[in-house]
Design a protein around this ligand. Structure first.
Ligand SMILES: Nc1ncnc2c1ncn2[C@@H]1O[C@H](COP(=O)(O)OP(=O)(O)OP(=O)(O)O)[C@@H](O)[C@H]1O
Ligand SMILES: [Mg+2]
Length: 366
């Protein structure tokens, strides 16, 4: 049961719960016009995403680190009759931004459809409770609404994850929803009309088999916003530090000294291998096959913290992150192994202040 309440703390709270205090403080201050059905004005939604200090001293933490304009375009799109498509390479916070937008606008980020090759039309439209259907025939009571249908009925934001992984005909069942703002239910000779406040955010990964797979008819219903990789080393370090801090607190890992330095190193290694160039712009390096995303840097450091906290001496050491770095870089044994060795010996060995990291990484690499 989705609405079952238990007293045990959940592993991961939804954004609207985790940041309920910030959202309430923003709503209390918000005197700008709110689009119909919105909990906050577009301005306040942007502040929620990007962070702000309110006049009463409340600090709204930044959720998204990146150009303000991107967030403004995304938020204002949702106030129009077009839906929002967040596009980008893996780990650029598409899912994260989508969740926070839905939380800030509708107070509910849970109306979610996960797109896979096996996603059926019922996941986007509606299904039936067969016991009810057989007993009483088609009726509203026998209908099982999809998250999209519930968002329409409640005037909320629906989320579709990985739109381009869904079969084309399932994707296209969104066309009527987005253009007519209604979902016909022929079995009941009826329909559900979207209430004001309804809109839809889809995410898609542009490394997946092409986005051209979205039919042009559906594509026209979306405004596309591309989320870029973090522009600078400092930006990416900030993103990773912030998320690692939050995750660490959620997992009740102790705060460990040495974190800042290792985070900077992990991010440096990832950026250099991803860009094919050292940060100082002097040395070209080969790029491994895997995607070294910000999301992976976050998990490498979080794993490192757990290692250091439970098995180490209370300080985050290079050895705690080296295994994770190696695992992220070397996906394909033959080619990536050589790329890693070259980088290790050609770049890290002689880098000032990196001796301990180099040694740890070398030991791991065997
Ligand atoms: N610019 C950014 N600002 C804030 N957090 C970011 C940023 N980029 C990445 N992250 C963090 O990276 C993590 C992964 O992001 P997310 O899962 O949303 O990526 P995604 O784009 O949906 O990736 P995928 O294509 O693999 O689904 C999140 O924890 C998020 O906080
Ligand atoms: Mg995602």
């Amino acid at each position: 049961m989705s609405d079952e309440k238990t007293s045990a703390p959940v592993l991961r709270a939804h954004a609207e719960e985790a940041f309920a205090g910030e959202l309430a403080a923003l709503a209390a201050r918000d005197d700008r016009p709110r689009p119909p059905g919105w909990r906050l004005s577009p301005w306040a939604v942007a502040d929620y995403l990007l962070g702000a200090r309110l006049p009463d001293g409340t600090v709204v933490t930044p959720k998204y680190v990146g150009p303000r304009r991107i967030v403004e375009v995304a938020v204002s799109t949702l106030a129009t009759d077009r839906a929002l498509l967040l596009l980008g390479v893996p780990g650029t916070a598409k899912t994260w931004v989508s969740e926070h937008l839905a939380a800030a606008i509708s107070g509910d980020s849970t109306l979610l459809v996960q797109g896979t090759a096996g996603t059926a039309e019922e996941a986007v439209r509606y299904g039936w409770n067969y016991a009810q259907l057989l007993a009483n025939g088609p009726s509203r009571a026998a209908l099982v609404p999809s998250p999209v249908l519930r968002a329409m009925a409640d005037g909320k934001i629906a989320r579709v994850e990985e739109l381009t992984r869904m079969p084309a005909d399932v994707q296209d069942s969104l066309i009527t929803v987005l253009s007519e703002k209604t979902l016909p239910i022929p079995e009941l000779s009826g329909e559900t009309q979207a209430v004001r406040g309804f809109n839809l955010i889809a995410t898609a990964n542009d490394r997946d088999r092409g986005v051209q797979e979205i039919s042009s008819a559906l594509r026209r219903r979306f405004n596309t916003v591309v989320l870029p990789l973090p522009a600078t080393l400092d930006d990416e370090v900030e993103i990773v530090s912030r998320r690692v801090g939050q995750l660490g607190r959620a997992l009740e890992l102790p705060e460990l000294p040495g974190g800042a330095q290792e985070i900077r190193r992990v991010v440096t290694v990832f950026r250099e291998l991803r860009d094919g160039l050292t940060i100082d712009g002097r040395t070209k390096v080969r790029t491994p096959t895997g995607t070294l995303s910000t999301a992976e840097a976050i998990s490498v450091v979080t794993n490192g913290l757990a290692l250091a906290a439970h098995f180490g001496d209370g300080v985050l050491r290079p050895a705690d992150v080296a295994t994770g770095v190696l695992g992220a870089v070397v996906r394909d044994r033959t080619t990536d192994q050589a790329v890693w060795r070259e980088y290790l010996e050609g770049v890290l060995r002689d880098r000032d202040g990196w001796q301990d990291f180099y040694r740890a990484a070398r030991e791991m690499s065997g």
